[in-house]
Design a binder for this molecule. Structure first.
Ligand code: NAD
Length: 401
């Protein structure tokens, strides 16, 4: 009897971790991985590329360096549709790939929330290309100031104050003196504004940690405007609402980091979804489709404690991948799947190279120690989706800078 075909879509944290688990277990499966790029990138470090601290190569590595070509067939192509009735995946090249079991791990995209001008004038940070483009836009404007003397070339607006924004702000404010030297602009005239819709900053941390994080960034020159939803992005300005009034702030660099959604392939394939995320069964399969797993940023798993789906993170994506591998082992052995259980190990947000805030093991951490934890988490993830050699090449060992 021919082997059952297991197809994994996406080589992000969820997909690549699944592949690593499947190839290690030597299950009786014909395994295929499909990914748009030849490489995996550390989505948690995109802010470093956007701020120019690290090049794209530092936070990415080739998929072929991780997969065992004797066990996994790798197809570099873009998934355009999942035809779940035909158990088939359509690819941009025109090819189709059939499956018996499918793991959908297609990751996230920028979310515009339908706000005017976002797609045209906002610079999102969702993959290597967009992070590099945001860096180029920033560099171009800072450099241009020498000729233009236009204050908006020294004005940067960061939209939203979620994790990505805070980490980007931490990175960019750290780099500013170096950039001022490089492009010869007055660092003290740079205006960095972060506009957040909600009234409270960093609500995911304790008040003490949130205050620390906000103070650090304010001292480095960030101006926070809160309780002010953004209403429109124009070519060189951001329109927001403050106490019922529309206000506008000029900026040549507008970084759009107000949240993400799951891949649009999910909606286009007819899955029941909300913002590209499918509410999965307890074993992480799609309701009514026990051979289709949905994991990472395209899945929503209910946190019974909070009554809301868990936030999408690299940590939960990799835990889901491990559960899929375990479930496949059980399925092939004729056993019932178990329910996915998630214990978050905590959260850390970087504030630049040597500073961070974090909560883990029921304790708050801030400053240098939290920044070491942040680097440790990134290094651990590299081992979880990569190999020891990937860790040696791409890991963060600059603890003493
Ligand atoms: P997010 O959802 O965490 O933050 C988006 C922020 O933008 C929110 O504070 C929201 O209120 C604000 N916002 C939304 N619409 C707005 C508008 N119109 N005007 C002004 N503000 C607006 O999104 P993210 O930072 O992109 O992160 C995405 C996911 O990735 C999250 O689940 C996050 O937990 C995770 N993440 C985690 C880390 C980490 O653990 N260090 C780092 C990056 C991302």
């Amino acid at each position: 009897m021919s082997k059952k075909k297991m197809v994994v879509l996406g080589a992000g944290y969820a997909g690549l971790r699944t592949i690593k688990g499947l190839q290690k277990k030597n299950m009786d499966l014909d395994i295929t991985l499909i990914n748009k790029n030849s490489y995996h990138y550390e989505a948690t470090q995109l802010h470093e590329v956007a701020a120019g601290t690290n090049p794209g190569e530092k936070i990415s590595f080739e998929v072929k360096d991780v997969i065992d070509a004797n066990k996994v067939n790798f197809i570099q192509d873009e998934v355009t549709k999942i035809n779940h009735e035909a158990n088939e995946v359509s690819l941009k090249s025109g090819k189709t790939v059939s499956y018996d079991y499918l793991v959908v791990a297609l990751g996230f995209e920028s979310e515009s929330f339908g706000i005017k001008g976002v797609d045209e004038f906002g610079w999102p940070l969702v993959d290597i290309k967009t992070a590099e483009a945001a860096k180029e836009q920033l560099d171009k404007n800072l450099k241009n100031y020498q000729l233009s003397k236009d204050p908006k070339d020294l004005s940067v607006v960061v939209c939203g104050a979620g994790f990505t924004s805070i980490e980007y702000l931490g990175e960019i404010t750290n780099r500013l003196p170096k950039l001022a030297d490089k492009f010869n602009f007055p660092a003290n005239e740079v205006k960095i504004t972060c506009i957040e819709a909600m009234p409270k900053l960093l609500p995911m941390f304790s008040e003490n940690l949130a205050d620390y994080g906000v103070d650090v960034l304010k001292k480095r020159g960030v101006d926070f405007i809160v309780g002010t939803p953004i209403k429109e992005i124009k070519e060189s300005s951001v329109v927001y609402e403050q106490e019922g009034e529309l206000k506008e702030i000029e900026a040549s660099t507008i970084v759009w980091t107000t949240g993400v959604r799951g891949s649009s392939v999910i909606g286009e394939s007819g899955f029941e979804e909300r913002r590209g995320r499918v509410m999965v069964e307890s074993d992480l399969t799609v309701p009514g489709q026990p051979n289709v797993f949905m994991i990472g940023d395209v899945s929503a798993v209910m946190d019974e404690e909070s009554g809301r789906p868990y936030p999408t993170t690299a940590q939960i994506a990799m835990a889901q991948a491990d559960h899929v591998v375990d479930t496949m082992e059980r399925k092939l052995a004729g056993q019932e799947p178990t329910a996915f259980k998630y214990n978050s190990l905590g959260t850390v947000a970087s504030l630049g190279n040597n500073d961070a805030i974090g909560h883990t093991m029921n304790k708050d951490f801030k400053g240098y120690i939290a920044s070491v934890m942040k680097k440790g988490i990134a290094d651990k993830s590299l081992l979880q989706v990569g190999t020891p050699s990937v860790l040696l090449k791409k890991g963060r060992f600059d603890f003493y800078h």
